[in-house]
Ligand binder design. Structure first.
Ligand code: 2P0
Length: 320
């Protein structure tokens, strides 16, 4: 009745932005991501007979405001007649600040809860269930380079390449620890309803996915860099043109972009990507990690840095 799982956040190189079914949380577009290694969320879940309601602690503190979404995830996974659960969540990075904490949180929660409830689901089924709670969480079930593809009534996940075959580094430049102003689910709906670019975003996504998949297949860093930066800026253009506008960047985000551009001009194999938050993720070949770290560390407005390789995907943690 108890289990613990650990999952890493993932960073989308080709982004998920928009839903075609909010009830089932089905994405409007496919996406491609890399799973990180050294950032993680660990979830301990225990179904306790006699407990009157679900309880959640996040990094040791009771977190009633975050509980409803986790309870819903358990209801969908196990059923409304389940026992109530004690959930303990711990992350080694700031949550709800554009560092993809919902991907690691819901992947870890799904894996731990399925084990604790004895569901016997395989990884593909677990990924789909995690995706019902948070679209990006489906990708964190897998390691390395992961594609989420969209089908009529479901999503499919595939590991395109494992982390050892093409070991990339990610330098995360944290520009603030504050939570983001608008959550992703709400922001995606605002874009779908109001952005004049949303339709073109949907129409052009498959081209980016195909180009990214080909770049990964041939380990063509330059092509990967160009495709990922284009897709990131296109997603932010959709956001900026929404009403009200969704601008997640701050001045340091732009300084970091300028820093990456200067490194590229100097021949460093690096590119940037930015999600629904002000942090910039610089992806580079491992031999350039120190150079990228030094340059971002010296960039105005950067308050912290995290450096990581690629991770292996969500795992159960032995309690002993
Ligand atoms: C992504 N993001 O592909 C994109 C890029 C943010 C920008 O997936 O509503 O927390 O829970 O399914 O997965 C963040 O949104 O959204 C996200 P829900 P999620 O990584």
């Amino acid at each position: 009745m108890r289990a613990t799982a650990r999952a890493q956040p993932n960073i989308a190189l080709i982004k998920y932005w928009g839903k075609r079914d909010s009830g089932l949380n089905l994405p409007a577009v496919g996406s491609i991501s890399i799973t990180l290694e050294s950032l993680f969320t660990e979830m301990r879940v225990g179904f306790e007979p006699g407990l009157e309601r679900d309880r959640l602690t996040v990094d040791g503190d009771e977190a009633a405001d975050l509980l409803p979404r986790l309870s819903r995830c358990l209801d969908v996974l196990i059923g409304l007649d389940r026992e109530h659960a004690l959930i303990d969540s711990r992350s080694n990075f700031p949550i709800a600040a554009g560092l993809a904490s919902s991907s690691s949180s819901f992947a870890a929660l799904t894996l731990a809860a399925a084990k604790a409830a004895g569901l016997g689901l395989d990884r593909r089924q677990l990924a789909r269930m995690a995706g019902r709670a948070s679209g990006s969480a489906a990708r964190s079930m897998y390691g390395g380079f992961v594609e989420l593809s969209n089908h009529a009534d479901r999503i499919e996940l595939e590991c395109l390449l494992d982390r050892d075959t093409w070991p990339l580094s990610v330098v995360v430049a944290i520009t603030t620890d504050s939570p983001k102003p608008v959550g992703s689910s709400e922001a995606m709906e605002i874009s779908r309803r109001t952005s004049p670019f949303y339709g073109r975003w949907l129409e052009t996504q498959q081209d980016d996915i195909d180009a990214c998949r080909a770049a990964i297949g041939s380990r063509d860093f330059e092509r990967l860099a160009a495709t990922a930066e284009h897709n990131c800026l296109k997603m932010h253009s959709v956001m900026w043109a929404s009403r009200p506008p969704l601008v997640y960047w701050n001045h340091a985000t732009l300084e970091c972009m300028r820093c990456v551009r200067a490194l590229q001009a100097d021949g460093v194999a690096v590119f940037f990507t930015i999600d629904a938050g002000p942090q910039l993720k610089a992806v580079c070949l491992p031999e350039h990690t120190a150079r990228v770290r030094e340059a971002l560390e010296a960039t105005s407005g950067v308050v912290d840095l995290r450096i990581t390789g690629l991770g292996a995907g969500a795992t159960l943690v032995d309690p002993h």
